[in-house]
Ligand binder design. Structure first.
Ligand code: GLV
Ligand code: GLV
Length: 321
């Protein structure tokens, strides 16, 4: 496999390049922090044996066909893989891998950063102080949602949803979850209750989304669902933007039908639905879920291990297809 070439579509932390080199692979690195234009991707991909891709690159039949029959593996530098046409990969015998597990804690931590900052209006407070117009402590100033004793509703109780729920113990929260499967860990450790989505939306003070993006979960939270939420409740999205109908969310926030939202992901990332940035009651992060140094190192190691395994004819550690 000495001549095999691996295209890495962005700068990533060092382990990937080191491991691939040690394995005798040739590396073609798109040496920048921004996504390569699609034309560049299509120009560089022909003849590659492996592709290390980011969630912002659409890997579809056109990319796979441009790569040609040399391509054996697409290793996504993410746990989510909605950017990849899995069926097109399957048809061409191309393996697909992701990075599960290593980013669960970092993403759950960031969901809590959004829960706390949205509930207690941290960003609005920071803006007030910086405005130089803060006139001092006031009994009615920037009142927010008290988390202690509140109800957390976790939509999607997989690894990340579970980790988010477990962290609520420190706040003595009641936990509801909506998932097609029973989660014994949450039921045993937190006495969490599994309910239907509409029940969760009506009862929760904090609704946190942790479902993958699939045709079924697209716009799972739309105008009707937002209308079920309490006017004092907040919505947190660290999953994928299109799970929420962002235009409907802007309306709900503008009309104060919900108290606030904390978003790490967007429907048309990195574009924002008009009106979103003008709202005071939303905290906006630039997709930082897994952006902890240690986590990104592990993700880098993992994508390389998956590519190397497939190119050696072995089963990859984290197969999706
Ligand atoms: C990030 O969003 C990921 O899926 O890893
Ligand atoms: C993804 O890692 C999930 O299962 O939540």
């Amino acid at each position: 496999m000495s001549a095999a070439r691996v295209l890495i579509t962005r700068r990533v932390p060092p382990p990937a390049v080191e491991l691939l080199q040690q394995a005798g692979l040739t590396i073609d690195l798109v040496d920048q922090d921004d996504p390569p234009p699609r034309a560049e991707l299509l120009r560089r991909v022909p003849g590659a044996a492996g592709l290390i891709t980011m969630l912002s690159e659409r890997i579809d039949a056109a990319v796979l066909d441009a790569a040609g029959p040399s391509l054996k593996v697409v290793a996504n530098f993410a746990v989510g893989f909605d950017n990849i046409d899995l069926e097109a990969c399957r048809q061409r015998g191309v393996r697909v891998t992701n990075t599960p597990g290593v980013l669960t804690d970092a993403t759950a931590d960031l969901a809590w950063a959004l829960i706390l900052s949205t509930a207690r209006r941290v960003v609005e407070g920071d803006r007030l102080v910086r405005s130089r117009r803060w006139s001092g402590w006031a009994p009615m100033q920037l009142l927010g949602l008290q988390l202690t004793g509140a109800t957390l509703g976790v939509v999607g109780a997989g690894r990340i949803g579970t980790a988010v729920a477990l962290r609520s113990q420190g706040f003595g929260m009641r936990v509801l979850y909506a998932d097609s499967q029973v989660n014994r860990e949450l039921e045993n450790k937190l006495a969490a209750q599994r309910v239907e989505l509409h029940q969760l939306l009506a009862a929760a003070d904090v609704v946190s989304l942790h479902v993958p993006l699939t045709p079924q979960s697209r716009h799972m939270i739309g105008a009707a669902e937002l209308r079920l939420m309490k006017p004092t409740a907040i919505l947190i999205n660290t999953a994928r933007g299109p799970v929420v109908d962002e235009a409907a969310l802007v309306e709900a926030l503008r009309e104060r039908r919900i108290a606030g939202a904390g978003l790490d992901v967007y429907e048309h990332e990195p574009r924002l639905t008009p009106g979103l940035i003008d709202l005071p009651n939303v905290v906006l992060l630039p997709h930082l879920g897994s952006a902890a140094t240690a986590t990104r190192q592990k993700m880098s190691q993992m994508v390389a291990q998956n590519v190397i395994a497939v190119l050696r004819g072995e089963e990859p550690p984290n197969p999706v297809v």
